[in-house]
Design a protein around this ligand. Structure first.
Ligand SMILES: O=C(O)c1ccccc1NCC(=O)[C@H](O)[C@H](O)COP(=O)(O)O
Length: 204
């Protein structure tokens, strides 16, 4: 039985990254975009990589594809957290970048976008809340079955993580649900998520 992979995102303190890795997180996420209250400079990735061995994911929202790829080059994986145009997807495909996570809002109106992404690329996908802050779990459940590299995030907490694990994702993404305050992670909440994931393997 496979273990669902876990990304802890929005990390802005080196110690939280070290703790996340020690506890067993698979990916360490940082948000290097000024739209975020968890904003870190992209140079922070280089600092983190001196302290952790797990893949560091840099999350970017705005900017041209060229700029995102350039500013994310120190990271192991770049997560682009906006809906892209077809032209932007083609631009990614014609670049040498392989390790990407593309955000796809999990709601019916983005079905066409989901189909475009899975037909044109083989990047990882993050199903997350739509711009109206809603996540359709039944749509997510359907899409998770269609493309194995798909993960889910958007409001996961230690209390509700089983509802998301039940959808059988390849990976899950958690930020606000493991925080003491924006950008500061709580080690006991991180540990609870990882405990639920490990126990899930045995209870299914
Ligand atoms: O965290 C932010 O502040 C943020 C801002 C803008 C774009 C993306 C952002 N975060 C992405 C993530 O933290 C995760 O990839 C995912 O959305 C899970 O977030 P949460 O619902 O807080 O667990």
């Amino acid at each position: 039985m496979k273990l669902v992979k876990v990304k802890f995102c929005g990390i802005s303190h080196v110690q939280d990254a070290i703790t996340a890795e020690k506890l067993g997180a698979d990916f360490i996420g940082v948000v290097a975009d000024t739209v975020s209250p968890r904003y870190v400079k992209h140079e922070f990735v280089k600092i983190l990589k001196n302290h952790v061995t797990k893949p560091v994911v840099i999350v970017k929202v705005n900017g041209t594809i060229q700029r995102i790829l350039n500013e994310g080059k120190e990271a192991d994986i770049i997560q682009i957290h906006r809906v892209l145009s077809e032209i932007e997807i083609e631009e990614l495909l014609s670049s040498s970048i392989k390790n990407l996570i593309l955000y796809v809002p999990a709601s019916r109106e983005f079905e066409g976008y989901f189909r475009l992404v899975i037909s044109r690329t083989n990047y990882m996908i993050l199903l997350d809340k739509n711009p109206q802050n809603r996540l359709d779990l039944s749509i997510a459940e359907k899409w998770l079955k269609e493309y194995y590299k798909t993960g889910i995030g958007g409001g996961i907490t230690p209390q509700n993580v089983r509802e998301y694990l039940y959808l059988d994702p390849y990976w899950i993404d958690i930020s606000s649900g493991i925080e003491t305050y924006k950008g500061k992670k709580d080690s006991s909440k991180m540990a609870l998520i990882l405990k639920e994931v490990r126990e899930w393997k045995y209870t299914r």
